[in-house]
Ligand binder design. Structure first.
Ligand code: NDP
Ligand code: GDR
Length: 378
């Protein structure tokens, strides 16, 4: 019997990598997508459209984390062995502008799924993974952060995720539901959303190199993050649900870099040279990047400007995780180094910008994933 998994947020970065991983492991995979006025399945189209002998590799259901009835119907219909709750309004800065929606989707959405499991009598057959986050730590009380570090979220997003964290723990304690939190630190990839800082940097620099964009505007260059690769992190999500006992785990690399360092590494991977001028604190500060004189890439000057629009009302200045528990109990360690992550993102976005410059329009997100799929699914 194939195991059945339900992924909320399957159209997002992690959803796409996780769907691919579970399909490769032989799961029957179902995903929830929401109705949109334009296509929103770009990252998973290569999985969704492919057929094997037993039907579509990935089955999609319309639903929304703010709509209890749709969630109840889908959980009843699919009867999953494992639910991965990845759906969320996941942008920290946006959560300051849409705090109520963020609380509803990210906080109450988790409650709705847990209630569906309970009401439908699936508590002994269905395990649930909750996509918790290092944003719970916010104003850090201990470095590095581990499972026992006190929480102090700094955004409506962080606060909504705090509710989701605790309601998962509560349903585990109150009803014996197998529910686990993965407290994941930032993880990125070539299919990362384009408004998160890493992808914003690689997209913009690549477009600048190809003459498609002039300037990159950024906020706090001195923010420090523990960045890993999404491909490695979805493996941890799966491992977390395979243990005898449910538990909560920090997933991180244990290495920290600043946004400024990310810019420099990405520029280096693209053969352009960054010259910093101005300070991160100075809103008028200007950072200039000049293409190296010997580079075959388009010569000229690249300007990175610090813009107050990208500063947050309350910032999380530094995050650094300690994933010792995950290493000891799950046997999980990150495989991708920071340099390899940056290089992979930089090269993918250079290729994308080159296509754009040539006027090629196509399935942008799915492309690199397809390359990692087994032959039969291509
Ligand atoms: P993305 O923003 O790439 O994906 C979010 C997904 O949630 C998308 O599929 C989105 O759909 C869906 N979604 C948003 N709102 C709703 C809703 N109301 N109903 C149904 N679906 C909805 O996030 P990631 O893949 O990067 O992250 C996955 C999860 O992990 C999120 O919960 C995030 O908060 C959390 N997380 C992420 C980390 C990271 O560094 N990436 C670190 C720690 C936690 P659509 O495509 O239509 O927008
Ligand atoms: P984060 O990721 O807030 O950590 O949340 P993001 O990439 O948005 O920001 C990281 C840091 O970079 C600073 N920054 C900028 N950020 C953005 N988006 N745009 C800019 O122009 C910019 N300039 C500087 C930010 O201030 C911040 O300090 C991500 C999301 O995936 C969450 O869902 C997840 O829970 C956490 O990671 C862990």
């Amino acid at each position: 019997m194939k195991k059945r998994a339900l992924i909320t947020g399957v159209t997002g970065q992690d959803g796409a990598y996780l769907a691919e991983l579970l399909l490769a492991k032989g799961y029957e995979v179902h995903g929830i997508k929401r109705r949109a006025s334009s296509f929103n399945t770009e990252r998973i189209d290569h999985l969704h459209h492919e057929l094997d002998e037993s039907g579509p590799a990935l089955t999609l259901h319309y639903g929304d984390m703010t709509d209890s009835l749709s969630l109840l119907r889908i959980v009843q219909q699919v009867e999953p062995d494992e639910i991965y709750n990845l759906a969320a309004q996941s942008h920290v800065a946006v959560s300051f502008e849409e705090p109520e929606y963020t609380a509803n989707a990210d906080g109450l959405g988790t409650l709705r799924l847990l209630e569906a499991i309970r009401i439908l009598g699936l508590k002994d057959s269905c395990r649930i993974y909750q996509a918790s986050t290092s944003e719970l730590y916010g104003l850090v009380r201990e470095t590095p952060q581990r499972e026992t570090t006190p929480f102090h979220p700094r955004s409506p997003y962080g606060v909504a995720k705090l509710y989701a964290y605790w309601i998962t723990v509560n349903y585990r304690e109150a009803y014996g539901i197998y529910g686990c939190n993965g407290i994941l630190f930032n993880h990125e990839s070539p299919i990362r959303g384009e408004t998160f800082v890493t992808r914003k940097i690689t997209r913009a620099l690549a477009r600048i190199v190809h003459g498609l964009q002039k300037t990159l505007h950024l906020g706090n260059l001195d923010a420090r993050r523990d960045w890993g690769h999404a491909r490695d992190y979805v493996e941890a999500q799966w491992l977390i649900l395979q243990q005898d006992q449910p538990c909560d785990y920090v997933i991180a690399t244990g290495i920290q870099h600043s946004v400024r360092e990310f810019v420099v590494r990405a520029a280096h991977a693209m053969g352009v040279e960054i010259v910093f001028r101005g300070s991160g604190e100075d809103e008028q500060g200007v950072v200039e990047a000049v293409t190296a004189p010997d580079t075959p890439l388009k010569p000229g000057q690249v300007v990175v400007r610090i813009h107050p629009q990208y500063q947050r009302p309350s910032e999380v200045g530094t995050l650094l995780g300690d994933a010792t528990l995950a290493r000891e109990r799950l046997g999980w360690t990150p495989r991708t180094s920071f340099d390899d992550l940056v290089r992979e993102m930089a090269l993918a976005d250079l290729a994308l910008a080159a296509d754009e410059a040539r006027g090629v329009v196509g399935a942008r997100h799915g492309r690199h994933l397809i390359e990692t799929l087994p032959e039969r699914r291509r």
